[in-house]
Design a binder for this molecule. Structure first.
Ligand code: G1P
Length: 297
């Protein structure tokens, strides 16, 4: 029996400069896809995978995230008094139970590995998950649940992976694959954001990880890598000889909500799936279809 994954780390300290001015006074993780903030999708995915403790690595200007997962008494009282039960439920859906949530701050932007390391005392000596809210995954079975299922067989470190176009390897952590079996790729190395000519493959890490405590111990070294930052990819790579490492080609569609194009596409895809909005979105798309063709030509 593998040690269960009970804790998840959400690095939410990033500045979100790509979405300025929207993110000047609001965390990028609070940007909504349809009507739900990105971070809530990630937390729901973690809950579905059996996570019991939620650790947010925040930073200055991120307190809206803490408020979001707490009661909003004025709002709830007002909705209750007006008999708006559905909205009241929607507002309460994001509540995390007392003691189930912890916030710590990354005081300097030293990289993803550093952000995860900031959670080391809260995580302690056990395996844990990491979810990057920018990577939004639409799937019948949530992405992290698919990974936990695999983890229960393989143990070790597991990341969600997908092939990306060759000219985009410098945006991702890339796997050096030894063998593939079904949806699982076994790696012998990892490279953070290699140039296309130097990339060992096009199999890229997207923001879902199941990690062993050994990775946290590697992060203790505080070694810097690509871009002068402390990289999570490098810490995983250094444990690859002693800890099994697999990439899972998850079932589902990933939207890169750290980019404007991916964020806009997510709005459309998620709206189309909604009972209350699907038809309206399909109608909007058909009305804009002609002008879209003109822009494209
Ligand atoms: C981070 C990781 C990278 C991973 C990516 C997934 O990069 O460093 O290995 O492929 O997330 O979204 P970032 O997007 O923070 O630059």
């Amino acid at each position: 029996m593998k040690r269960p994954i009970r804790k998840a780390v959400f690095p939410v300290g990033g500045l979100g400069t790509r979405f300025l001015p929207a993110t000047k006074a609001m965390p990028k993780e609070m940007l909504p896809v349809v009507d739900k903030p990105l971070i809530e999708y990630a937390v729901e995915e973690a809950k579905a995978a059996g996570i019991e403790e939620f650790v947010f690595v925040t930073g200055r200007g991120k307190s809206a995230i803490e408020d979001h997962f707490d009661h909003s008494w004025e709002l709830e009282t007002s909705l209750y008094q007006r008999g708006k039960t559905e909205l009241l439920e929607a507002s309460r859906a994001s509540l995390l139970k007392p003691g189930q949530v912890a916030y710590t701050r990354q005081q300097e932007p030293l990289g993803l590995g550093h952000a995860v390391w900031c959670a080391r005392r809260i995580v302690g000596d056990e395996p844990f998950a990491v979810l990057l809210a920018d990577d939004l995954v639409m799937a019948d079975e949530p992405c992290l649940s698919q990974m936990v299922e695999v983890y229960n067989e393989t143990g070790g470190n597991i990341v969600a992976v997908m092939d990306v176009p060759e000219d985009q390897t410098d945006r991702y952590g890339i796997l050096d694959v030894v063998s593939e079996e079904g949806r699982l790729a076994k790696a012998k190395g990892l490279v953070e954001k290699p140039k296309p000519a130097e990339a060992p493959s096009t199999l890229s890490i997207i923001g879902r990880y199941i990690l062993q405590p050994e990775v946290m111990r590697e992060l203790d070294r505080q070694d810097t890598g690509a871009g002068g930052e402390i990289q999570l990819t490098d810490a995983m790579s250094r444990t690859i000889e002693s800890v099994p490492f697999h990439g899972l080609r998850f079932d589902g569609q990933r939207f890169d909500c750290g980019s404007k194009e991916g964020f806009l596409e997510a709005q459309i895809a998620f709206a189309l799936q909604r009972e209350d909005l699907g038809e309206a979105m399909a109608d909007i798309l058909s009305r804009y279809g002609e002008s879209a063709r003109l822009v494209a030509s």
